[in-house]
Design a protein around this ligand. Structure first.
Ligand code: FDA
Length: 317
């Protein structure tokens, strides 16, 4: 409830302007976001690699209805992949990128209607094809992030079509959605990279489980299907119980046939501990100036963060 209310309040332009210009915001943004420029992203990737961690980089931005902006985002990814390759960071997919379909045009031409349009899907696919080609040239790959349920169908179609060009392209599935267990079964095929996460969006009850307990049970069911299947599971959670279940299921398969994934700034000690124990661990690192919606999702999933954030705004403004 608190999460839905916070996310609804955060959608107001006035709240957004107030938060983005508050002097106290920077501290908490810096916890979750690696910086604004591609140089900052490359530096963060370099540091994580030297600590034995894998990386996926996300250029912040989403829900654009501006064609030029979508094209500029795709160009930023191509530029970033070139830089990462020049530094030798992309070898064997050690550093890859995560892309949100709505950042590269999925919502173009929707004119305020909910859900993507055929035009948006075509534009997003074309931009993603360019990004995938750059990733392939760099020796790495792309994971297609999951957004709210209205874009799920289109995102899955796009990821499927991109896999025909580069089989390692990854898909993200959200345990919170009722449909996900069926999607997991469909995608648990040889070699397919699937990131399983809880889901960060406020969803209607017809589409999603409401209670944490139901979401966790759904996650555990999907986890079991992926970890006992022939694909390449990417288990994206900081939840100690789900990490324990992953570890137990992982004993029956080679350690390099799945990976843990966590967010930049969340449980960094656990990231290093798992990697030191021989697991593959990938850190999701966002960068760029458009951090507001990402920050709100991070605050909404932890009320303690919200209290801290409000205190920091209060004490510095
Ligand atoms: P949960 O929220 O129960 O947290 C478990 C514990 O982790 C907490 O008790 C706390 O210790 C710590 N923690 C979690 N979140 C924290 C935070 N923000 N700040 C500080 N501590 C925190 N979602 C989505 O909808 N689409 C996507 O594409 C992705 N992609 C993605 C990639 C990766 C690598 C990760 C790790 C996560 C995502 N997510 C996502 C986000 C995901 O859906 C979910 O919202 C968050 O991971 C939080 O859920 P947990 O599974 O960590 O559990």
């Amino acid at each position: 409830m608190l999460r839905k209310a916070l996310m609804a309040a955060a959608a107001s332009g006035r709240v957004r302007d107030a938060v983005m210009s508050a002097p106290g915001a920077r501290g908490i943004v810096d916890r979750y976001v690696a910086g604004e420029s591609s140089e900052d992203a490359v530096a963060a990737a370099r540091e994580l690699r030297s600590a034995g961690l894998l990386v996926t980089l996300d250029y912040l931005g989403e829900d654009t209805t501006d064609a030029q902006r979508a094209a500029a985002t795709a160009a930023q990814y191509v530029h970033l992949l070139g830089k990462l390759a020049a530094e030798g960071l992309t070898e064997d997919g050690a550093v890859e990128v995560s892309v949100k379909p709505t950042a590269v045009g999925l919502l173009l031409g929707t004119e305020g209607q909910p859900g993507p349009s055929a035009l948006g899907e075509r534009v997003a696919t074309e931009h993603l094809e360019r990004i995938v080609a750059a990733a392939r040239d760099a020796g790495t790959t792309v994971t297609i992030d999951a957004e709210d349920h209205r874009s799920t169908e289109a995102a899955l179609r796009i990821a499927n079509s991109l896999r025909s060009r580069l089989p390692s392209v990854g898909t993200v599935l959200q345990a919170t959605l009722r449909r996900t267990e069926a999607d997991v079964r469909e995608l648990a095929t040889p070699g397919t990279r699937v990131r399983l996460c809880k889901g960060a969006y406020a969803e209607p009850v017809a589409e999603a489980f409401e209670s944490r307990h139901e979401v966790d049970k759904s996650f555990a069911r999907c986890l079991r299907i992926l970890m006992t299947g022939p694909g390449y599971p990417m288990i994206a959670t900081h939840d100690p119980r789900l990490i324990d279940i992953t570890r137990a299921l992982g004993l029956a398969r080679p350690a390099d046939s799945f990976e843990y994934q966590m967010l930049h700034g969340v449980r960094p000690d656990e990231q290093r501990r798992l990697a030191a124990a021989g697991a593959k661990v990938r850190v999701y690192v966002p960068y760029g100036g458009d951090w507001y919606p990402y920050l709100i999702r991070r605050l909404a999933e932890r009320p303690a963060n919200l209290a801290l954030f409000l205190r920091s705004l209060w004490s510095k403004s």
